[in-house]
Design a protein around this ligand. Structure first.
Ligand SMILES: Cc1cc2nc3c(=O)[nH]c(=O)nc-3n(C[C@H](O)[C@H](O)[C@H](O)COP(=O)(O)OP(=O)(O)OC[C@H]3O[C@@H](n4cnc5c(N)ncnc54)[C@H](O)[C@@H]3O)c2cc1C
Length: 391
């Protein structure tokens, strides 16, 4: 990463500056310039990366110190720094790291001590692979439409239903599953459960292939029996647990987009300063300078929003709904634009399979959809704005 001057900003403490340097070097040594190669076996590569992250101690950032982690609670700035630097080198490495946090986040925030003891140390050392199962075929942006049910049966719950687009589906050791436990309408009747991957009644019904492949699946639950002590938090707290988890991790999606955008700018700058045409280099053309300027500007603006959100949360804010939505919305949209510009500056090479701009172009797309599509983030920001101005 060429520009690391942002680490001098007042949002950071010295520990972040040191960590930023360490993760930058580690990612460079671990993935070099080949992190965006096509993965023949994404499952195996994810498992290998998880082991690497675990052995290096990086997955400890996803878990509180009392359960084998690094900080007392989530340090959002560290999570963002990790994702930014990993995404700069490898979309798959960023994905593997992010899922450890997202997949176990509800347990950290709402789980009983017994659940934390059982699952979090494995997440911290990379020996347990985590997944977050919220989306259903008929309930994506509209979480209140979740139909998967969990019905009490003696000391257990029986889960029936379907989840789709579940990252790590097929390789996860456990899934945090959101299901309807009560008659309360919409989001109020939801609860969360930890379901081990080998629980009878849980089936990987379909693997889903995407433009930037990573393990992704549709899950089926047929009379899947989980004991009551696998409930995360209280009955009816599922929606709250899901939203609080997303509140922490939304800013980190922005940080991943920022890492992709920084890589796009570095690639575009190298290409523009070396490509000769019309008797000079691309970089000497004013039109190209304007493109590079816009990329650099959008990158700084994204970083300011992301680290503002992280700093606000780390300094004690209970929720950062508005800040996280702004960080995710702006950074993912800006990264898409920056990467498209990099493809343009590369010309034909930019759309050639195997080139870094081509890989970035595929990697960035889903970030504008998952963990709340851009349109949903606008609604969130507007609601917060109206509530603040009308109160
Ligand atoms: C690569 C990938 C990984 C994923 N991983 C996970 C995972 O690990 N766990 C999990 O639970 N889910 C996961 N998802 C699912 C993801 O969260 C959903 O795809 C997302 O919430 C959108 O839901 P949907 O696909 O059903 O689209 P829909 O809800 O049908 O929305 C379609 C489009 O409608 C528009 N839209 C939606 N709401 C509004 C609105 N209020 N106003 C205006 N326009 C709107 C948006 O453009 C949106 O993209 C993943 C998805 C992808 C693509």
């Amino acid at each position: 990463m060429t520009d690391t001057s942002f680490l001098d900003w007042p949002f950071f403490e010295d520990q972040h500056r040191a960590m930023g340097e360490q993760i930058r070097n580690w990612a460079q040594q671990s993935f070099g310039d080949d992190g965006f190669v096509e993965h023949e076996d994404v499952d195996a590569d994810c498992q290998k990366i998880l082991k690497q992250l675990g052995q290096a101690g990086w997955t400890q950032l996803c878990v509180p110190a009392a359960y084998g982690g690094a900080y007392e609670t989530f340090d959002v700035r560290s999570l963002c720094l990790m994702r930014e630097h990993l995404a700069y080198r490898s979309g798959l490495a960023d994905f593997v790291f992010a899922m450890q946090g997202l997949g176990s986040g509800a347990i950290t925030l709402y789980g009983s001590d017994a659940l934390k003891q059982a699952y979090l140390p494995g997440v911290a050392d990379g020996s347990k692979c985590a997944a977050f199962a919220l989306t259903e075929p008929e309930a994506g942006s509209d979480v209140s439409a979740i139909a998967t049910s969990a019905i009490e049966d003696g000391d257990d719950y029986l889960i029936n239903g379907e989840k789709t687009f579940i990252s790590n589906g097929g390789i996860a050791d456990f899934y945090v599953v959101f299901a309807r436990t009560g008659d309360a309408p919409g989001a109020r009747g939801l609860s969360a459960f930890v379901v081990d991957a080998d629980t009878p009644g849980l089936k990987i019904a379909e693997r889903i292939d995407t433009i930037a492949p990573h393990p992704l699946a549709r899950l089926e639950f047929i009379d899947c029996r989980v004991s009551k002590d696998k409930m995360v938090g209280l009955s009816g707290q599922g929606f709250k647990a899901a939203m609080a988890t997303l509140d922490v991790f939304r800013s980190t999606v922005g940080a991943a987009a920022l890492g992709f955008a920084r890589r796009a700018l570095d690639e575009a700058t190298n290409r523009a300063t070396s490509r000769k045409l019309f008797g000079s280099t691309l970089a000497e053309l004013q039109g190209v300078q304007s493109q590079l300027a816009e990329m650099a500007l959008d990158i700084d603006a994204s970083a300011l929003l992301i680290y503002r959100a992280g700093w606000t949360k780390d300094k004690g804010a209970s929720r950062i709904t508005r800040e996280a939505a702004m960080a995710k919305l702006y950074s993912t949209e800006a990264a898409q634009k920056a990467i498209d510009t990099a493809v343009q500056i590369f010309g034909g090479l930019g759309v050639t399979k195997g080139s870094v701009p081509e890989a970035l172009y595929r990697e960035i797309r889903a970030l504008r959809i998952y963990e709340g599509a851009s349109e949903v983030q606008k609604l969130v920001i507007a609601r917060q704005h109206l509530a603040e101005t009308q109160s």
